[in-house]
Design a protein around this ligand. Structure first.
Ligand code: PBG
Length: 326
């Protein structure tokens, strides 16, 4: 009689080949979405201090960056526009010659294979930095819907493959779907930021996009980090309104929500590894406290394992290069 274990899970961990064989989650460059910031001008490549390795581009330099990413296997971009002019209603958001509209036309002309996703929200376009139209100190939901629908239709007209509303207004997916269909863009998909939390992890992004609210915060529209049941209701609503892909954001602190959403709906699911998640790893790596590349890759893999089909990450190129070199 032996007291040694019969089943030894270590057997399949012994060599790289066996570990590969036993691997449950695959990560490829095609699972990644690369977010980029674009501003008017030419030859611009302005480093974003709080997000090492990331820059604000002009349309021409953004095209170069997109080509480089595409060559590394990245198949989708998420674009954020930084207009020169901001006003109360975010007029540039749906302007035909707005910075996003021009960039999308350029990208689809020069690199038609790449999937172009555009962020739909007013916060980078409004003088007050809120995600919608402000009335009496509050973001007015229904009035904002018209602006978002018009912004989305204008992105679609420029050639966006997917529009991604990140505003968290109630009813915006339906409003956007109707506006797209009415304008003949029934093939343009909607990736909705369905469960988007009022998170402290967006700090670096607001510097990058110059979109910090001038007064108050976003708790009146973004979700309370304490809530998971509510995330299920948000996702159910967005799917019923016609969302093609739903998103959980941020990612790492919300993996439980992500796993539940994937399990309950089985819909194409994205998760956003946000600016603060990216900045944290870089800050620690800069101090030599952890291996940044390995930590980033582990985070992205964990997000996939939890249930994300797509991972939106600023580290997309870095991770894709790691995958290429093995
Ligand atoms: C716009 C928007 C934000 C992010 C994506 N779209 C900021 C916010 O809601 O304040 C955050 C992305 C990131 O932190 O990387 N509403």
């Amino acid at each position: 009689m032996t007291s040694f274990p019969r089943l030894r899970l270590r057997r399949l961990r012994r060599t790289p080949g066996l570990r590969e064989f036993a691997r449950e989650t695959r990560l490829t460059a095609a699972d990644l979405v690369y977010p980029l910031f674009v501003r008017p001008g030419e030859g611009v490549r302005e480093p974003i201090e709080s997000m090492p390795g990331q820059s604000r581009f002009s349309p021409d330099t953004l095209l170069r960056e997109a080509e480089a990413a595409y060559a590394e296997g990245i198949r989708a971009l998420l674009l954020f526009g930084l207009p020169d002019e901001k006003d109360e209603r975010g007029s540039e958001a749906d302007a035909e010659d707005g910075v996003i509209q021009r960039t999308v036309r350029l990208l689809k002309g020069e690199l038609p294979e790449i999937v172009v996703i555009t962020d739909v929200c007013l916060c980078a376009y409004t003088s007050h930095g809120h995600c919608g139209i402000v009335r009496d100190g509050e973001v007015a939901n229904d009035e904002t819907l018209e602006r978002l629908a018009s912004q989305a239709a204008s992105h679609a007209a420029a050639g966006a493959d997917v529009v991604a509303p990140s505003d968290m207004m109630d009813g915006r997916v339906a409003a956007i779907r109707d506006a797209l269909d009415e304008a003949g863009h029934e093939q343009t998909a909607i990736l909705s930021y369905a469960a988007k939390y009022a998170s402290a992890f967006y700090g670096p992004f607001r510097e990058a996009a110059e979109s910090a609210p001038a007064f108050g915060d976003r708790r009146g529209y973004q979700m309370d980090p304490a809530n998971a049941e509510e995330a299920i209701r948000e996702v159910a609503l967005d799917l019923s309104e016609g969302a093609d892909i739903i998103m959980v954001k941020p990612a790492l602190a919300y993996l439980d929500v992500l796993a539940r959403v994937k399990r309950e709906f089985g819909a194409p699911t994205a998760a956003y590894q946000v600016s603060g998640e990216y900045a944290m790893v870089h800050a620690a790596a800069e101090r030599g406290w952890l291996d940044g590349e390995a930590a980033m890759r582990e985070s992205v893999l964990a997000i996939r394992r939890a249930g994300a089909d797509l991972v939106i990450t600023y580290a997309a190129r870095q991770v894709a290069r790691g995958l290429l070199s093995g």
